[in-house]
Write a protein that binds this ligand. Structure first.
Ligand SMILES: Nc1ncnc2c1ncn2[C@@H]1O[C@H](COP(=O)(O)OP(=O)(O)OC[C@H]2O[C@@H]([n+]3cccc(C(=O)O)c3)[C@H](O)[C@@H]2O)[C@@H](O)[C@H]1O
Ligand SMILES: Nc1ncnc2c1ncn2[C@@H]1O[C@H](COP(=O)(O)OP(=O)(O)OP(=O)(O)O)[C@@H](O)[C@H]1O
Ligand SMILES: [Mg+2]
Length: 269
């Protein structure tokens, strides 16, 4: 079996999807899991990007339907988590408004992240390393701080934390281990980025959000496609089983091999 076939199988990607039935299947999945877990709703970090917009739309449908079905309240809580000032924070509010989210809250991670960075820099100094955290290292602290606040809020309100990881990120391990990768449930897991955008369109996510340049937003100017060296069009083609240039396969497969540890159980003995 080619490596491309193997990766497609492991990540569970299908070459084509029907938006309506995909939405139905994923909403039902969230509902069934909520009932099984006895939780009172779902929590989703809303960044202003398309992945969290789609995940939030699925959550809102699931909790609205369950509330009617079970005759009691179920909540989708959207959490805006800027690091100090977030340039595109208005996009998060646009998403929440377009989806009709009744429950949203803003929690700034700026002070907490800076405090951790400072403590770490004292430790580095004690080790004889006189420097600031790298922008990548501090970026991972931001992702983990978002996760920490999400879990604190989820615990207090009996909610499950929803992730936005999808196959186009999973292939490259393009998330922070125990940061945005640490969640209770992942309703986009088997979709390519192209398919996420297809669902976004079907779910009524505003075009301005669907057309945004994908970014983790962890440092100024960061763009997913630049960092990965592969466009999401090529990435989606590869995962949907189409032929791509050899250098594209090679790059994706290198990312995949390098990040096996992120998709595996914790090694132990
Ligand atoms: N072989 C191995 N077995 C077990 N563990 C291993 C390991 N190699 C590294 N590790 C551990 O993993 C750590 C590195 O992993 P990690 O901390 O994730 O760091 P890393 O993979 O270097 O960075 C995360 C990547 O995801 C991107 N990202 C992050 C957050 C959000 C988004 C987004 O799209 O929104 C994207 C970010 O731009 C960056 O490219 C190491 O410090 C080490 O602790
Ligand atoms: N500023 C933020 N506020 C709240 N949640 C955030 C923020 N930044 C990241 N997140 C959470 O981390 C997840 C991963 O970010 P990621 O950039 O992959 O998705 P996105 O921003 O929704 O879409 P895109 O990849 O197109 O930028 C988001 O979906 C969201 O749940
Ligand atoms: Mg983003």
């Amino acid at each position: 079996m080619s490596m491309q076939r193997e990766i497609i199988e492991v990540l569970g990607v299908r070459p084509e999807i029907d938006a309506a039935s995909e939405v139905r299947k994923r909403v039902d999945f969230l509902k069934a899991y909520l009932l099984e877990s006895n939780a009172r709703g779902l929590l989703i970090g809303i960044s202003g990007g398309v992945d969290s917009a789609v995940a939030a739309a699925l959550c809102k449908k699931a909790t609205d339907e369950l509330a009617v079905q079970e005759g009691r309240g179920y909540m989708t809580l959207g959490v805006f988590q800027p690091y100090a000032e977030q340039e595109d924070i208005e996009d998060s509010y646009t998403v929440a408004k377009a989806l009709g989210l009744e429950h949203t809250v803003e929690t700034n991670i700026g002070d907490a992240v800076d405090e951790i960075a400072l403590e770490t820099e004292y430790a580095l100094k004690a080790l004889g390393q006189h420097r600031h955290l790298s922008h990548q290292g501090k970026g991972n602290v931001k992702a983990r701080m978002r996760m920490t606040v999400q879990y604190a809020l989820a615990f207090e309100n009996h909610l499950l934390v929803v992730g936005t990881d999808h196959a186009s990120e999973a292939i490259a391990g393009f998330y922070t281990k125990w940061g945005d990768g640490a969640v209770d449930i992942a309703p986009l897991r088997t979709l390519t980025k192209r398919q996420v955008r297809q669902l976004a369109d079907y779910l009524g996510v505003p075009a301005s959000i669907i057309g945004k340049v994908p970014t983790a937003g962890l440092w100024p100017g960061q763009e997913d496609e630049m960092e990965l060296g592969v466009s999401y069009e090529d990435n989606s083609d590869y995962l949907e089983g189409r032929a791509v240039k050899p250098e594209i396969s090679q790059r994706l497969e290198n990312h995949y091999r390098r990040t096996v540890h992120k998709r595996s159980a914790i090694p132990g003995i």
